[in-house]
Design a protein around this ligand. Structure first.
Ligand code: IPM
Ligand code: MN
Length: 353
C-alpha cells in the first residue's frame, strides 16, 4: 500500500496563516501531479490560542508531533504577548523537544530577484548555513543575582556539548558532499574571544574533516563572515556555526537573497521529525491584507518535500518558483510591493508545478 504522509500544520500568528495557505495550495497541486497522498493535521498554537487559554504548547502535542512525517509552521509572535513567551514556549520548545539539531537555511539568489549587493548575481549567492539548533546561548541557562538592585548580575551561559557540536558539524560535511557544488565547509566562530566554546568547535571541526578528505575546510570569525557575505558571497558553500551566530548571519543571508519574503528554513532532526518555516516573522503590520510574500513559505514546503523523500515534488516546486520569478509578474519580493496578492502568487506557483 502506498504511504500517506501525515503533515502537522501550525499556521500560527500574524501573516503565518496567509502564507501557510499558499504553501498548502502548492502542496496540493504537486501531490496531484506527482501522485502521492497526504493528510494535514492543523494545530491552533500561537498568540491567539495563548491569549484565550494560557497554553503555549502542551506536552501531549509534542508527543503527537513525534508521530508525524513533518511539521509546517507559519510564524510565531504576537504584539500583545510579552516577547519570549511564545518564542520559547512554542518555537524553541518544538526545536528542542523534537531534537531538531540543525537549522538549515539556504541562501540562494534566484534569477530575477533583486539583491542589494551590487555586481553579484545568482552564480555568486548560493550557499547554505547549517546553524546548530538545540544548544549554545539558546538553552536558557543562566540567572539573575540581586535583580533590580544597582549590584545586579545577569548571567546567560552558552552550552556546547561535544556530541551536539559533532553531530551538527558532521551534518554540514555530509550536506556539502550531497550538495556537490564547491564541496567546502566553512566554520564560522569566534576562536579569538570565545576560547572555550569555539576551541571545542574548532577541534571537532578539524577532527570530523579528516573523515571527509574530498571536502575543503575553511574558517572565518563571525564578524569577518558578515563582511565576506557582503563582499564575496561566492566564497561560501556550506557554513556551519552555533545557534546565536547562525541566527544573526541568516538574517543577513535572507537580505542578500532578496529579503524575508523569499527566505526559508528547516529545523532538521535527520532521525526524527523536522519542521519547516519561512524565516520571516509574523509581520503584524501586514496581517490579513493579502500582501505578504508567500514564496518563503512555498520554498519551506519545497524543503519539507525534499526531506520526506519526495524529491521530484520538491524539484517541481523549486522550478515552479523559478519560473514564477522569471515570468516578470512578481514586481518585488517585499510585502505590499509584489504587484500581485499573496493568493495570486500562490496560484501562479501552483499553476506551474
Ligand atoms: C529565527 C528567529 C527565532 C530564533 C526567534 C523567534 C526565537 O529569530 O528563527 O531565526 O532566534 O531562532
Ligand atoms: Mn532569527
Amino acid at each position: 500500500m502506498k504511504k500517506t504522509y501525515r503533515i502537522g500544520v501550525i499556521p500560527g500568528d500574524g501573516t503565518g496563516p496567509e502564507v501557510v495557505r499558499e504553501g498548502l495550495k502548492v502542496l496540493e497541486a504537486v501531490a496531484a501531479k506527482v501522485g502521492f497522498s497526504y493528510e494535514t493535521i492543523v494545530y491552533p498554537f500561537g498568540g491567539e490560542h495563548y491569549k484565550k487559554t494560557g497554553e503555549t504548547l502542551p506536552d501531549s502535542a509534542l508527543e503527537e508531533f513525534k508521530k508525524l512525517d513533518a511539521l509546517y509552521l507559519g510564524a510565531i509572535g504576537h504584539p500583545d504577548v510579552k516577547p519570549g513567551i511564545l518564542e520559547q514556549g512554542i518555537l524553541l520548545r518544538i526545536r528542542f523537544g523534537l531534537d531538531q539539531y540543525v537549522n538549515l537555511r539556504p541562501v540562494k539568489l534566484y534569477p530575477g530577484v533583486w539583491t542589494p549587493i551590487k555586481d553579484k548575481g545568482p552564480e555568486d549567492i548560493d550557499f547554505v548555513v547549517v546553524r546548530e539548533n538545540t544548544e549554545g546561548l539558546y538553552v536558557g541557562a543562566g540567572g539573575f543575582l540581586r535583580k533590580g538592585t544597582p549590584d545586579e548580575v545577569a548571567i546567560q551561559v552558552s552550552i556546547n556539548t561535544r556530541k551536539g557540536v559533532e553531530r551538527c558539524i558532521r551534518f554540514a560535511f555530509e550536506y556539502a558532499r550531497k550538495r556537490n557544488k564547491k564541496k567546502k565547509v566553512t566554520l564560522c566562530g569566534k576562536t579569538n574571544v570565545l576560547t572555550y566554546a569555539f576551541d571545542l568547535w574548532e577541534r571537532v571541526f578539524y577532527e570530523v574533516a579528516r573523515e571527509y578528505p574530498d571536502v575543503q575546510t575553511d574558517y572565518a570569525h563571525v564578524d569577518a563572515t558578515t563582511m565576506w557575505m557582503v563582499k564575496n558571497p561566492e566564497w561560501f558553500d556550506v557554513i556551519v556555526t552555533d545557534n546565536m551566530f547562525g541566527d544573526i548571519i541568516t538574517d543577513l543571508g535572507a537580505m542578500i537573497q532578496g529579503g524575508m519574503g523569499i527566505a526559508a528554513g528547516g529545523n532538521i532532526n535527520p532521525q526524527g521529525v523536522s519542521m519547516f518555516e519561512p524565516i520571516g516573522g509574523s509581520a503584524p503590520k501586514y496581517t490579513g491584507m493579502n500582501v505578504i510574500n508567500p514564496l518563503a513559505a512555498i520554498l519551506a514546503m519545497q524543503m519539507l518535500l525534499d526531506t520526506i523523500g519526495e524529491h521530484e515534488a520538491a524539484s517541481r516546486v523549486e522550478n515552479a518558483v523559478i519560473q514564477a520569478l522569471q515570468s516578470g509578474k512578481i514586481k518585488s519580493m517585499s510585502a505590499g510591493k509584489m504587484g500581485l496578492t499573496t493568493q495570486e502568487v500562490g496560484d501562479l506557483v501552483a499553476s506551474l508545478v
